[in-house]
Structures are given as structure tokens and as C-alpha cells.
Design a protein around this ligand. Structure first.
Ligand code: ZN
Length: 259
């Protein structure tokens, strides 16, 4: 117990590395480039990155955010996704220690895999304003399998957990895709199964609130933004899922959001 912070450090560093993988995976997805077996390259000059340039965070700091070969600026997206993944891994690990360690390390792998797919979905949605079906289906399949193996979910709970996705589906249907993308409903299938109905309804509300506040913030600060500007909802939904999972013990405090 004395050395719990060593475990925290290991999990955080693991998260940094997975975040680095998520960056390159999402950037290469559907571009025809091979995901594995291919050295990462500078997008401007094609310079193949050496191992010193592939260490999460440290390389970015060491290179002062520029390509060693052509000096072009490396997007802050890389270290941001790495740090975010590290923090989410840490949060999920602490939840596992407190509540789900009875499921063993398998349950931990399940939680971290779910978090990784969620981050990949958010990143892809931010970049392309669409969520690939394959990502959402994978997320739902992982949530379903993990829940059956580690948490003995029953069919009744499973059906209930589809309510938030159903709600988003009807929003999509009634607004003819104007309020909501169908991709958001598909994302929520996995989110609902992962969290269960009560927590995932809270996740939905948290996502709506943060998304709305962000939209208002954009309207006020950026004159180019209009009500019609498409802000992808997927990342807010994912954020809601992560927050609801990490703070599920305090959901009663969050009921003000239901008002
Ligand atoms: Zn370069």
C-alpha cells in the first residue's frame, strides 16, 4: 500500500504509450497506410522518426514541438492525447482498485481497453466529424463481453442499458439528423452497456451540459461560430461516460443536472 504511487506511475506511463498509439492509429485509419510495421514519419517532410523521437511527451519537449529534420511544428494534439490517455488510465485504474479488483487483472484490461477505444472515437470524431461504425461496434462488443465475463450482467439489465442509445436514436430520427448524428446513438450503445442504465443516463446529461456550455462559449468568443456550426457531440458523450464512471458514487449530487 505504501508504494501505491509506483503503480500509479506505471499505469500513467502505460496510458502515455497507448495514447501515442491511438494518435498514430487514428491518423492512419482509412488513409491506406499500414497501422503496424511502419515507422512513424513527419507528415510534412516524411522524415522517419528514430526511437528518441517516439517517446511520449519527452520527445515533444526535447524537440521543442518541432520536427528534427524540417523544423515544422508538431501538433499539440500528440502530447495532449497522450497526457489525456494517461490521466484516464489512472482514473480507471483507481476505480478498479476501489471497486472492481474482484474481477482480477482481466477486468482491469477490459476497463483500459474500453477507455482506449473511447478516446480513439473522440479523436476521430474531432478530426472528421464522424464516428466510424467499426469503432462503435468494437466498443459495444468489448463492453458486452467484458460485462458478461467480469460482472455477470443479466439480460434485463442489458436491455435497460440500451435506453440512452434509444433516446439518442429518437432525437436523430425526429430531428432528421440535425440535432444528433446516428453515430452518437451507436456510440451510446457501448457506453450504456458499459455503465448500466442509471449511470449512463447521468453520462448523457453530463455530455449534454458540457457540450451546451462549450457551444455557448464558442458562440461568445468566436464570431465565426453560428448556431448551425457543427460541433461533434461524440467527444462530449465520451467525456460524460468517463466522468459518470469515475464519479458514479456521487451521481446523486449530479441530479441537479436532471432538473
Ligand atoms: Zn519534418
Amino acid at each position: 500500500m505504501l508504494y501505491f504511487w509506483i503503480y500509479w506511475l506505471i499505469v500513467f506511463v502505460l496510458g502515455l504509450s497507448v495514447g501515442s498509439f491511438i494518435n498514430s492509429f487514428v491518423l492512419r485509419y482509412n488513409t491506406g497506410e499500414k497501422i503496424a510495421n511502419e515507422r512513424s514519419r513527419c507528415f510534412k517532410c516524411g522524415h522517419a522518426l528514430g526511437w528518441r523521437e517516439l517517446i511520449p511527451i519527452f520527445s515533444f519537449i526535447l524537440l521543442k514541438g518541432r520536427c528534427k529534420s524540417c523544423q515544422s511544428v508538431i501538433s499539440w494534439q500528440y502530447p495532449a492525447v497522450e497526457i489525456l490517455t494517461g490521466l484516464v488510465f489512472l482514473g480507471f485504474y483507481i476505480e478498479w482498485v476501489n471497486k472492481y479488483s474482484s474481477g482480477g487483472y482481466g477486468a482491469l484490461v477490459y476497463l483500459l481497453l474500453f477507455a482506449s477505444i473511447l478516446i480513439a472515437i473522440s479523436l476521430y470524431d474531432l478530426m472528421h466529424k464522424i464516428i466510424p461504425d467499426s469503432f462503435s461496434y468494437f466498443l459495444a462488443a468489448v463492453a458486452l463481453l467484458g460485462n458478461f465475463i467480469f460482472f455477470n450482467i443479466n439480460l434485463y439489465e442489458l436491455l435497460l442499458s440500451l435506453i440512452p442509445a434509444g433516446f439518442l436514436f429518437f432525437l436523430w430520427l425526429f430531428s432528421r439528423g440535425k440535432w444528433m448524428g446516428l453515430g452518437d446513438a451507436k456510440l451510446m450503445v457501448g457506453g450504456g452497456i458499459f455503465l448500466g442504465v442509471r449511470t449512463s443516463l447521468a453520462a448523457l446529461m453530463i455530455g449534454f451540459w458540457i457540450g451546451a456550455l462549450f457551444g455557448i462559449f464558442l458562440l461568445l468568443t468566436n464570431p465565426k461560430t453560428t448556431i448551425k456550426s457543427e460541433i461533434p457531440f461524440g467527444p462530449f458523450l465520451a467525456l460524460g461516460i468517463v466522468i459518470a464512471f469515475l464519479f458514479s458514487d456521487y451521481l446523486d449530487l449530479l441530479t441537479i443536472f436532471y432538473a
